[in-house]
Write a protein that binds this ligand. Structure first.
Ligand code: AMP
Length: 217
């Protein structure tokens, strides 16, 4: 069982690669962003609490996301976890290490997806996803074959995220550089850090990731 973290700024391709790993390796994707959006969609108290913070592009509290991850680690079984968008702060990284240890597990690799900011603006502002199956599209680089219809599942429920706009992206990038990028040093020091070229084609990034994962097996 391999447990990995995908680390990188918004738009680096974490979700896209995580979905491939789920399909190809039967791993479990734990995306705190998806969990928070689901909480908002369900209208729960927690969902209401985080909605404004998320739409501005700021981070929600460590306590909330650590709670979400803890629940999942305890209950989900499978072929290893892909932490996607978690941890995003040093206290979250410490908490994850402790949670895994308590469950008799550990981290195998932290994969940093390296990209440059100009590419992120283009990627994020053109992004939309299928609300039914989660497939990710882009206006220019990956449009649906038939307008308004998901290629994978045929759903017409195509959505844009409230925080995928230039203004919120600016805040999300600031949050990333201030609070999340210190994790690169943290995991480098633990000897767990690997890097891939996040600007390469989706399949090439997947190939580079596979190489790293196969070294861990
Ligand atoms: P994502 O889908 O990973 O881009 O996350 C979307 C938004 O959810 C972020 O901009 C934050 O507001 C919130 N969020 C997701 N994961 C975390 C986390 N680990 N820590 C704090 N906030 C998070």
């Amino acid at each position: 069982m391999i447990n990995i973290i995908l680390l990188g700024p918004p738009g680096a391709g974490k979700g896209t690669q995580a979905r491939k790993l789920v399909e190809e390796r039967g791993m479990i994707q734990l995306s705190t962003g998806d969990m928070l959006r689901a909480a908002m969609g369900s209208g729960s108290e927690m969902g209401k609490k985080v909605a404004d913070v998320m739409s501005r592009g700021e981070l929600v509290t460590d306590e909330i996301v650590i709670g979400l991850i803890e629940e999942q680690i305890k209950t989900a079984g499978g072929n290893g976890f892909i932490f996607d968008g978690f941890p995003r702060t040093l206290p979250q990284a410490d908490a994850l290490g402790q949670l895994l240890a308590r469950n008799g597990a550990s981290l195998n690799a932290v994969i940093e997806m390296r990209v440059d900011d100009a590419a992120l603006v283009r990627r994020i502002t053109g992004r939309f996803t299928c609300g039914n199956c989660g497939e990710v599209y882009h206006d220019e680089t990956k449009p649906t074959k038939v307008e308004g219809t998901c290629d994978e599942c045929g759903s017409h429920d195509l959505k844009r995220r409230a925080d995928d706009n230039a203004e919120s992206l600016k805040t999300r990038l600031m949050e990333y550089y201030k609070k999340t990028s210190p994790l690169i040093g943290y995991y480098y020091a633990q000897g767990d850090l690997f890097g891939v070229d996040g600007l390469a084609e989706i399949d090439e990034v997947a190939r580079q990731m596979a190489e790293i994962l196969d070294q861990q097996a």
